[in-house]
Ligand binder design. Sequence first.
Ligand code: 1GP
Length: 245
Amino acid sequence: MSITKDIIKKVDKKKLHFSLLDPDKQNPNTAGVIAKNADEAGSSAIMVGGSTIVSQQQVDETVKAIKDNSNLPVILFPSGAKYLSRYADAVFFMSLLNSRNLDFVIREHVKGAPFIKLSGIEPISMGYVIVEPGMTAGRKGEVDLIKRNDIDTAVGYALASQYLGMDFFYLEAGSGAPKPVSSKMITSVKNNINMPLIVGGGIRDPKTAKEISKAGADIVVTGTKLEEEKNVKKALIDIIKAIED
Ligand code: 1GP
């Protein structure tokens, strides 16, 4: 079964957690150890990406270390065509819909698509929007940030993604955001679409993870928490339990 179908089947039954590892934030060995802990804690996939990656080699080595240390699917979360890895299982083929720069909306996709075809990694179509404060992803992605309380615009982007045939929609507050996307926005978006909703940015504790999940997120992403936490496994077990409750 494709990874897309597998995720869609799983979110029908329960809420999922994805772990995000940025190759620029730790060496491949450490990424491997974190992935092993995430796997044992019950996370459902490892996303690999970030806004400050400098080479494809950095991504390749991180992906290989993760594959060597866990059984979870590795899904690339790329900031551009140069940062794809043939060692991954899949790639979020994501359009940053509220970017002012067409590179992030479609041009990088045109550059990366032949590599994806040749390497056989699975493209997972996704609409991706960044909400205030947006952090580094918002700045580097040259984004017209959706205002925290502008629910109509968020719903519009989500519906547009669905009508364009995308399989997933991702509401992002930016890695390390002081606050995640509001519960009200998550609920309104979820109530308007019939595809899985992914939410990330600023989710670092079980209470917040639970609120995001209860509001309507099908998949909750945590990144920074994995980099900061000494006991990653325990921290993730608590967050995943809160999401599933
Ligand atoms: C970034 O949403 C993810 O794309 C993760 O954010 O690092 O704040 O968990 P955090």
